[in-house]
Design a protein around this ligand. Structure first.
Ligand code: CA
Length: 229
């Protein structure tokens, strides 16, 4: 399960991230609305954990943005605003659940379990690029219907490219997709991952290419004149 945690208080963010990691969840952390918006656009999440009082505005405005990308993305709001009006407003704004700070991590975990038991109303999309299919729900890649196994970072890179296939994806977005927001990385590492991914895709028989847009990023597209295998 991949969670987008939007929380600006470092101690709170660290404590939550640590606890969720220990329970086997992948956590992307964003400290404000701007970064959270980027994260929502660059990858698929299974849950949004959202603080409302953020440095650049009310976190509640992210609910609509998130749902525009993923219609039934579960949202749990985490907030210090605990009045009845605030809770009702939070739910009216589209949150599935609402936790008032301070709360016990165990309670958050229980709410996450409850939300993830709900059946998805609409299946996550699948991207088809040439003979390659990327299933965002299962995080699986198929070439001519056969599963292609990728290493984790390659999979995350392909996911970010497939999500916006046919369009240029900026280097920063790809770096964040592969490493998360909190990792410091060298920018040439991204190019090395792209090279490896290209090789794996070619060897796997995928009729796609990862095109470099100098100084901007990369673009995934179908090879125009691919001959059938
Ligand atoms: Ca806050």
């Amino acid at each position: 399960m991949r969670i987008l945690l939007v929380e600006d208080e470092p101690e709170m963010a660290e404590a939550l991230q640590g606890a969720l990691h220990r329970h086997g969840m992948l956590v992307d952390l964003a400290g404000d609305i701007a970064h959270a918006t980027e994260a929502l656009q660059s990858r698929v999440h299974d849950l949004l954990l959202l603080d409302r009082q953020l440095p650049d505005g009310d976190g509640a405005t992210l609910v609509a943005k998130a749902r525009a990308v993923h219609v039934d993305l579960p949202v749990i709001m985490l907030t210090a605003r605990g009045t009845l009006t605030d809770r009702i407003q939070g739910l009216d704004l589209g949150a599935d659940d609402y936790l008032v700070k301070p709360f016990a991590i165990e309670e958050l975990l229980a709410r996450i379990r409850a939300i993830s038991r709900r059946p998805a109303q609409i299946a996550l999309p699948v991207a088809s690029i040439g003979n390659l299919r990327y299933d965002f729900g299962a995080r699986e890649v198929f070439v001519d219907g056969e599963r292609l196994r990728l290493q984790r970072r390659q999979l995350l890179l392909l996911e970010a490219l497939a999500y916006r296939h046919g369009r240029t994806v900026q280097r920063e977005v790809l770096q964040e997709a592969v490493y998360g927001f909190d990792d410091a990385i060298q920018s040439n590492a991204l190019d090395a991952h792209v090279s490896k991914l290209r090789r794996v895709l070619t060897e796997g028989g995928a009729h796609v290419e990862i095109h470099v847009i100098r100084g901007v990023g990369y673009l995934l597209r179908e090879v125009a004149n691919a001959s059938p295998r």
